[in-house]
Design a binder for this molecule. Structure first.
Ligand code: HEC
Ligand code: HEC
Length: 339
């Protein structure tokens, strides 16, 4: 009998302890500082893109992206009245008709930045360089503004705005500038057909005949690497390319492979804008490649010995294919426009 009573009392104690433990846990949750009400944002990464890596200290949130977008269009972050969007404009795939501009297209999947690769790493690194070196951002202006302190506080939960936070917010917005809806994407998804000319251009592009795909690889249409594509035989000034960064003679005349997505909108072409049209670019690869010690080995293969020897029709087909990479749902996306 005694043991039964003991058992009941014991069970009761356990139950009470358990219940009060639950209660305590609940109290603790309420007592903790309220979590920031940030809305996670999922960036779509097509299966034919490399793996998307977002650093854990700067996750994409709807609020962070909105802040970055506001900064992108605002002259407040520059010391001389410039905004990123003045040189990176939606209608030109976030580049600009200036001779050396680079577009903001799918940079979330890139880790080499600027024509000569002056910055390597993640988006936060290039943004830090844009904010600190290029724009000399004065955070006092942001801290004194009537709107920004509350927006930064919401995203970064701190009372003082720093240039690092501005760079992080910009990085979030630029990551979302992704173009995955061109005619060619639709073709890959069986939603659109290529014309015979576009199809022939695709075959030339993607086989040894035209040999474009080794560097402008399908998917991103770049390979996150540096190459000398034979536009010069002697290298001076900015034409020295990645050599300017490494001072290694193997890097002479090498530039980051630019994406060809939306290339129809990003004229003029090459790091110094020397070619005005896609036709001129194709003619370069067809008959104008200069030899030099760092020329990419691709151009020394037998099929390149006397130029590509493409017919007029084939050159036109290549251009037609490149135009299937234009994505107007990207350039017209209201989510990327001036807020
Ligand atoms: C005066 C025009 C101008 C303004 C303003 C400007 N940029 Fe640029 N941007 C360029 C040019 C030109 C390049 C290519 C320069 C080079 O590679 O040496 C470039 C390159 C870049 C790149 C590298 C892209 C790649 O594919 O490697 C990024 C990222 C970038 N800019 C972001 C920004 C951001 C963010 C701002 C605002 C803080 C900004 N830019 C403001 C002209 C500008
Ligand atoms: C060995 C690598 C390589 C091969 C092969 C190659 N490219 Fe390029 N391409 C580059 C590099 C690197 C640049 C940038 C060079 C510069 O700016 O000086 C470039 C630039 C371009 C540009 C200018 C883009 C812009 O935004 O300025 C176009 C267009 C282009 N290539 C198309 C093609 C086509 C079409 C083919 C095939 C016929 C091809 N490329 C083959 C590496 C390559």
């Amino acid at each position: 009998m005694k043991s039964v009573k003991f058992f009941t009392a014991f069970t009761l104690i356990i139950i009470i302890t358990f219940l009060s433990a639950c209660k305590k846990k609940e109290d603790a949750a309420i007592a903790e500082p309220a979590p920031l009400a940030l809305t996670p944002y999922q960036l779509y990464s097509p299966p034919y893109f490399p793996k998307l890596i977002i650093p854990s200290d700067n996750p994409l949130t709807v609020e962070g992206i909105a802040l970055g977008r506001k900064l992108y269009y605002d002259t407040i972050i520059s010391n001389d009245n410039r905004a990123c969007a003045q040189c990176h404009t939606a209608q030109y795939a976030f580049s600009n008709p200036a001779p050396n501009s680079l577009p903001h297209v799918n940079l979330a999947w890139n880790n080499k930045f600027l024509w000569r690769g002056a910055v390597e790493g993640q988006m936060e690194d290039i943004m830090a360089s844009e904010v600190n070196s290029f724009f000399n951002t004065d955070v006092n202006k942001l801290n004194a503004s009537l709107v920004y302190p509350a927006l930064f506080k919401k995203v970064f939960n701190s009372n003082t705005i720093t240039t690092k936070q501005a760079a992080y917010a910009l990085a979030q917005f630029i990551r979302t500038l992704s173009s995955t809806n061109s005619k060619f994407d639709k073709y890959l998804r069986y939603e659109a057909m290529l014309t015979p000319s576009e199809m022939n251009g695709f075959v030339l592009y993607n086989t040894e005949k035209g040999d474009c795909f080794h560097c402008h690889s399908l998917g991103l249409f770049n390979d996150n690497a540096y190459h000398n594509n034979g536009i010069d035989s002697v290298f001076i000034g900015v034409n020295r390319g990645h050599y300017e960064v490494t001072v290694n003679s193997n890097d002479m005349g090498k530039f980051k492979t630019p994406t060809l997505r939306n290339v129809e909108l990003t004229a003029p072409y090459m790091h110094d804008g020397r070619f005005a049209t896609l036709e001129e670019v194709i003619e370069h690869y067809n008959s104008g490649v200069y030899h030099s010690p760092t020329l990419d080995p691709i151009f020394s293969k037998p099929n390149h010995l006397f130029g590509l020897q493409l017919t007029v029709q084939e050159k036109g087909d290549l251009v037609a294919f490149l135009k299937t990479l234009t994505d107007t749902s990207f350039t017209n996306n209201p989510a990327f426009a001036h807020p």
